[in-house]
Design a protein around this ligand. Sequence first.
Ligand SMILES: Cc1cc2nc3c(=O)[nH]c(=O)nc-3n(C[C@H](O)[C@H](O)[C@H](O)COP(=O)(O)O)c2cc1C
Length: 196
Amino acid sequence: MALALDAAAQDLLFREARTANTFTDEPVTDEQIQDIYDLVKYGPTSMNVTPLRVVLVRTPEARERLVGHLGDGNKAKTAAAPLTAILAIDTEFHEHLPTLFPHFPAARDMWAPEDFRIPHGTFNAALQVGYFIIGIRAAGLAAGPMTGYDADAINKEFFGDGKHRVLAVVNIGKPGADAWFPRSPRLAYEQVVTTV
Ligand SMILES: Cc1cc2nc3c(=O)[nH]c(=O)nc-3n(C[C@H](O)[C@H](O)[C@H](O)COP(=O)(O)O)c2cc1C
């Protein structure tokens, strides 16, 4: 095996990790999320733009507001999860570039035009969604990512400033009873990788 990561960590992050649809009642603490963030913040983005923002939906009242905008199949599991995170892009992320990319003072202005900033920023925030999911697994927790929702309604409900756009909603916790569907097949190496 060519991987540097030990086999137990490989299992934790990928082979044994599954998308959970049910969770135990065990709480997920702010400290756990802080540790996850402090790990995954190092995942790379273009010019270090790091446009992802996270809203932790903790209170029953806030959870109810979120559940109302989810697709029917996502409602019950989200209502019951110990913690749910809204992962969104801050579309004004370029304002942080003087801090985040200080050795290139022109970075902020380079990202200012919306027709460049929004698609490329969304791509980079989506990369960070992936890092966040793997970080949840690194904490010994399971993630249940979802994009089955009314995005405009979530944006209005949780981001009144009009400057954030939801990219995914993720349930977080320890997997509960019958937590997952059967593992679906993955494409074979030969179907995915070519060498030129
Ligand atoms: C971006 C994204 C969006 C998803 N949206 C939904 C969803 O809306 N509802 C749902 O039940 N599962 C959703 N899933 C779960 C996927 O179907 C699941 O992660 C995939 O089939 C792999 O399952 P496994 O981790 O158990 O192998 C989503 C997953 C991702 C990564």
